[in-house]
Write a protein of this length. Structure first.
Ligand SMILES: [Zn+2]
Length: 81
């Protein structure tokens, strides 16, 4: 994603990652810019937010960053074998 204007497909990926606070400042800028001119993605985003709030309501356990890193490292190690 090297350009400022992103496709709807990219916006959907960013929308999902945004639910986990996983966007850097450039990604967040592109994502907001896309939402400025794409009502379709705005409605997808609303659905994503609703989904996330429902998951949070269920009280599902979230992994800490350390736990995520540990899982990523295990996956990487397993792939190298
Ligand atoms: Zn879009």
């Amino acid at each position: 994603m090297g350009r400022i204007f992103i496709t709807c497909e990219d916006a959907n990926i960013l929308s999902t990652r945004n639910q986990y606070d996983d966007l850097d400042s450039k990604e967040r800028f592109r994502y907001k810019l896309h939402h400025g001119h794409c009502p379709q993605c705005r409605s997808i985003d609303k659905r994503n937010a609703l989904f996330t709030s429902k998951l949070n309501f269920l009280g599902w356990k979230r992994l800490s960053d350390a736990q995520k890193k540990s899982i990523k490292a295990s996956v990487r190690a397993a792939l190298k074998k």
